[in-house]
Design a protein around this ligand. Structure first.
Ligand code: SIN
Length: 295
């Protein structure tokens, strides 16, 4: 069975990847998942400077999914290069570095940091973290602002020929419009969906359960919404779409592909069952066999 796919100019051994923020750099998963079998590891989002993240509690399990408001806690790009990069390189797995900034300059500075000996297989622009505000505009998030998306993609494109993916938020009226804005400036692929904005309330304590009040919902509850968002984007762009949102089985992977995804990312499921990747991958191959699909 040939599961190879090409995104941009990069060949991936298979289309099932792991999503940013749910798999670390893979270091805590190496005894549970054969890392070289993973299509690609999208590392936890890194920023230029270290970030302490949002106030706790940062994660709440709801009746229908996980709500998080981590706020991009990370040790910054210098630490990433020193500690995460050598580990990721050693895995021999394709890896994508997810980056986030508050301005076009921060994104381009991060791209500069990831050149030469620190060049990953690709860069995912996290334009859509629901827990970090797009300050000074009427929009809450960068990925809700088509002009900002265009500006950032254009600036990043000028700096690198590497594979660049834009990760979008579903918290918009028309996600295809945002995808087209990124495509018009030369992005190689679109990944979606990041989490849906939400909140959880403790009625007895009469207060929100998250320290940040609001967060992002993920898990199987959002899969039907994510499938529609993937299809909406697929119909409007020519570049590959990478789908995610509530994948827990090989059949879920197939569903995303039937809606137009060229690859998928497994996210929250990794937090529930750290060896779920192996299960999903096996089930997807069984599905392809049953449907007599060879590539
Ligand atoms: C976070 O760190 O708040 C989550 C990251 C994301 O949803 O992009």
């Amino acid at each position: 069975m040939n599961l190879k796919i090409t995104i941009g100019k990069t060949i991936f051994n298979n289309p099932i990847w792991v999503a940013s923020g749910t798999f670390g750099w893979g270091e805590e998963f190496e005894d549970l998942v054969t890392l070289k079998d993973v299509g690609a590891i999208v590392a936890k989002t890194v920023t230029l400077k270290p970030r302490i993240g949002n106030p706790p509690p940062r994660v709440v399990e709801t009746a229908s999914g996980l709500l998080n408001s981590i706020g991009l806690e990370n040790a910054g790009i210098k630490d990433f290069k020193k500690n995460a990069f050598p580990f990721l390189k050693k895995t021999k797995t394709r890896f994508i570095v997810s980056i986030a900034g508050e301005s076009e300059e921060e994104f381009t500075d991060l791209v500069e940091e990831l050149k030469g000996q620190y060049e990953p297989d690709g860069i995912e622009l996290n334009l859509s973290c629901p827990n970090v505000l797009h300050k000074g505009t009427k929009y809450t998030l960068i990925a809700q602002d088509p002009a900002a998306v265009k500006k950032i993609v254009k600036a990043v494109r000028r700096k690198t020929n590497a594979l660049v993916i834009a990760k979008l938020t579903p918290n918009v009226t028309d996600v295809a419009e945002i995808a087209m804005a990124a495509e018009s400036e030369g992005i190689d692929a679109i990944s979606l969906v990041n989490t849906y904005s939400g909140m959880a309330v403790d009625a007895y304590e009469m207060k929100p359960l998250l320290g940040n009040i609001v967060g992002g919902l993920s898990g199987p509850a959002i899969k039907p919404l994510a499938l529609k968002a993937v299809r909406d984007v697929y119909k409007k762009v020519k570049i590959p779409v990478i789908g995610m949102g509530g994948i827990i089985s090989g059949v879920d992977v197939a569903e995303f592909m039937l809606c137009g995804a060229s690859a998928v990312q497994v996210g929250t499921a990794n937090l529930v069952n750290p060896s779920v990747y192996t299960k999903i991958s096996k089930e997807f191959k069984e599905y392809l066999k049953k449907k007599n699909i060879k590539e």
